[in-house]
Ligand binder design. Structure first.
Ligand SMILES: [Zn+2]
Length: 375
């Protein structure tokens, strides 16, 4: 049995002081008040549930699309652990079928070998909208085929999330995927609000990077953004990096959806946890300027954001409470993924996954299953 002492602890719901956390076989056994440190391992800073990132394209200098291997997944996971992420969905941008298969096989191996931090896979595309493709390679955007359907339904991949454009995928196909436990996100789409509501009705549960690459809210056409904001039960990923979404638009989303439905995501490219400035992807050159990644012409190409910075931006720039910001980084995405009994909170029976933060939301240490993986 491991014992830890937390002077300040946010358990996903409330803040507690002077707590002893005991851990057995990677799972929290108890959290109880303590008068003193009592020979336990001291955790210096605010202890909070580890961050859960449902959209990660790369990290540590590697991009999942460019090298879809087990080694890449290990590098990505390690890179994001430095910023407090303890669970992630490695995310494959639209690509050819062979690359999708390699990516799935890499995730299957990671799940089988219990690679820390990898809980499934997110296929962002290829069944998207051409006009809202962003940097997704046009030539690979296509209709769904039986082989892709079978790939999405594989049961050896952990959690499977698929981002699709509902105007390009039938309601029957969405229903079939939902019945196979695939988590459907809507995005890179020009769908009307009506098409969006129909997809939600069929079981779609989330929206990929709300506002970015989706039909906007307008006076006489609510678009996907309007439908997402008004729908009470779906979840929205939000990139809070000062580049993708205006701060007032972020505040509006949190106000409409509540922190229980907004998930902070990084949409990180290979740059996070590396000093890389240039990246080649699908024949395009992606350049980094500060925290902004663009291709020639200025189009945004993913982010250089990390989860700890996203939390910091929420507190400092959106004036969220610390509790709300941390919830949007852990409890809410964990619930979206159906892991609300395992992750996103610190309580008996939950994974011993936590981040230890400074007052400015920098990461002192990260623990997964009770093991220190950073700091
Ligand atoms: Zn995207």
């Amino acid at each position: 049995m491991q014992r830890f002492f937390a002077e300040n602890l946010f358990d996903g719901k409330t803040i507690k002081n002077n707590q002893i956390i005991t851990v057995e076989a990677g799972i929290i056994h108890s959290i109880e008040p303590a008068a003193a440190q009592d020979n336990a391992i001291q955790l210096n800073g605010l202890v909070a549930p580890g961050f859960v990132d449902v959209q990660v394209n790369g990290g540590g200098g590697v991009l999942f699309n460019n090298q879809p291997s087990l080694e890449t997944l290990m590098t990505m996971s390690r890179a994001h652990q430095r910023f407090g992420s303890t669970a992630m969905l490695p995310t494959l941008i639209t690509d050819d079928f062979a690359t999708m298969q390699q990516a799935a096989n890499a995730v299957s191996a990671a799940i089988a070998q219990n690679v820390k931090g990898i809980v499934g896979i997110h296929f962002e595309g290829p069944h998207l909208s051409q006009p809202k493709k962003g940097i997704h390679p046009s030539q690979h955007i296509r209709q769904i085929s039986p082989e892709e359907m079978a790939l999405f339904k594989r049961t050896d991949l952990g959690l499977v999330c698929v981002t699709l454009a509902p105007e390009n995928v039938s309601i029957e196909v969405i229903t079939e995927l939902v019945q196979a436990n695939v988590i459907i996100c809507l995005g890179h789409s020009n769908a009307s609000a009506e098409q969006t509501f129909a997809a939600l009705q069929a079981g779609a549960q989330g929206f990929t990077h709300l506002y970015n690459a989706m039909s906007p809210l307008q006076s006489r056409a609510a678009g996907m953004v309007g439908a997402a904001l008004v729908d009470a039960s779906s979840y929205c990923g939000l990139i809070v990096d000062h580049e993708h979404v205006d701060m007032t638009s972020c505040q509006l989303a949190i106000k409409c959806k509540t922190p229980e439905r907004i998930m902070l995501v990084t949409d990180a490219m290979s740059h996070v946890g590396s000093d890389q400035t240039e990246l080649q992807f699908a024949g395009m050159q992606i350049n980094r300027e500060g925290n902004k990644l663009t291709i020639e012409g200025g189009r945004l190409a993913g982010s250089a954001l990390d989860m700890a910075s996203a939390v910091r931006h929420c507190v400092e720039d959106l004036h969220c409470s610390m509790q709300d910001a941390l919830k949007m980084a852990s409890a809410t995405p964990a619930t979206f993924l159906g892991m609300q009994q395992q992750k996103g909170y610190l309580a008996p029976g939950y994974a011993a996954d936590w981040v230890v933060l400074t007052e400015q939301y920098h990461v002192n240490a990260t623990y997964i299953a009770g093991e220190q993986v950073f700091g």
